[in-house]
Design a protein around this ligand. Sequence first.
Ligand code: DQA
Length: 146
Amino acid sequence: NTVLVLNGPNLGRLGTRQPEVYGGTTHADLAEHLVETGRGMGLEVEVRQTDHEGEMIAWLHEAADTGAAVVLNAGAWTHYSYAVADAAALVSRYVEVHISNVHAREEFRSHSVLSAKASGIIIGCGVGGYDLALAHLAATGEASTA
Ligand code: DQA
């Protein structure tokens, strides 16, 4: 039961980037925590972050090929990247996560090109939203067809 947690642009700066919005947890701490949490749920979790759209698309293709489920925080790509949305649509299932409440912020953050094909969407729960996404994937079984 493999789950790829894929974080997009600027999320590598968690902990120092607008901590009032995104909290004080660093990406490294988040990654370590999610691997642990996943293990407790019987999931093999791998956490990655990229600022490069092509790399994100390649990881989504990888998940499509291996059958891994995905927890996807595409950062600002969420709002406009049809390329990331098309790649996400190829994976067996993905949960869209946003740390902040995107509906309480600038208007452009209210729209997501990823939501229509998502298995679930978790918004505004802080970094705890990733744990909720893993719990959802574990509870609904078959986190991976691999
Ligand atoms: C975000 C919200 C996006 O609008 C923003 O561009 C991000 C992070 C979130 O997790 O709240 O980079 O996806």
